[in-house]
Design a binder for this molecule. Structure first.
Ligand code: SAM
Length: 231
């Protein structure tokens, strides 16, 4: 166990996934009290802070810079500062930067806490009407190497599977699912918490047909129902 030598503290703060209203009062309070705020993109987090009337200079910690920036955060924590970590959307460290920073902070013995909130995968599961007693979260699938192998594995997984897919690969993914597991029931969450939010459920061929044309746009969460799921 790391011995506590400093009183700096890291706050991991979940952010809205589309609706700026999904940001609890405690998150606002913690940000106001923070000495430094690190985020992925200062334009995205700047908009959130402005919405809540919070004025703080923003520093960048993104996937490319996480390793380099950790040292700066640790130095600030050693000075006893309160640091907040934000990501562009949802919960930091979940398919977003933060894991290595949190690990380092805990190794140094700094206190780590947070303000829980939106997460696209969990929110999609909560409105998909598909078994959630046990599920597998896969983050993003490989884009090229290992993709087919991974998809085959997931299509053989008995439990509910949830993962993220980029808007650019939705037609390709639905074609892949149609080929690999045409009988697997699937739910697609699109533009969650936003104006055009939808959860569409069906078999891969039906979803491929539905998500052609303008419905291809936006952000997506994919849920594979458990094998042999009956609606
Ligand atoms: N940290 C985030 C979380 O807690 O959900 C995940 C960030 S990951 C880099 C971004 C992916 O999450 C998107 O490509 C999409 O698959 C999913 N996502 C984020 N916001 C979404 C939304 N409003 N609707 C649907 N999917 C969303």
């Amino acid at each position: 166990m790391a011995e506590k030598k400093f009183n700096g503290k890291l706050w991991v703060i979940a952010t809205p996934i589309g609706n700026l209203g999904d940001f609890p009062p405690r998150a606002v309070e913690v940000l106001r009290e923070s000495d430094s705020v690190y985020c992925e993109d200062t334009r995205v987090s700047g908009k959130l802070l402005k919405h809540y009337g919070i004025e703080k200079p923003l520093k960048v910690l993104n996937a490319r810079r996480e390793e380099r920036t950790i040292g700066n955060v640790i130095e600030e924590l050693k000075q006893g500062r309160a640091i907040s970590l934000l990501c562009d959307a949802g919960t930091p460290a979940i398919s977003d930067p933060g894991v290595r920073l949190v690990n380092e902070c805990l190794k140094y013995g700094f206190e780590v806490s947070g303000v829980p909130g939106p997460n696209a995968a969990v929110y999609a599961l909560s409105i998909a009407g598909i078994a959630t007693d046990s599920f597998v979260f896969e983050g993003f699938l490989p884009q090229k190497k290992g993709r087919t192998k991974k998809l085959n594995e997931l299509c053989n997984e008995k439990r509910t599977v949830v993962f993220y897919e980029s808007v650019y690969r939705i037609p390709k993914l639905l074609t892949e699912l149609e080929n690999i597991c045409p009988g697997r029931f699937v739910a697609v969450g699109r533009e969650l918490t936003k104006k055009f939010e939808e959860i569409v459920r069906g078999y891969p061929a039906e979803l491929k047909e539905y998500f052609s044309g303008s419905k291809q746009k936006g952000e997506f969460v994919i849920i594979l129902a458990p094998l042999n799921w009956k609606t």
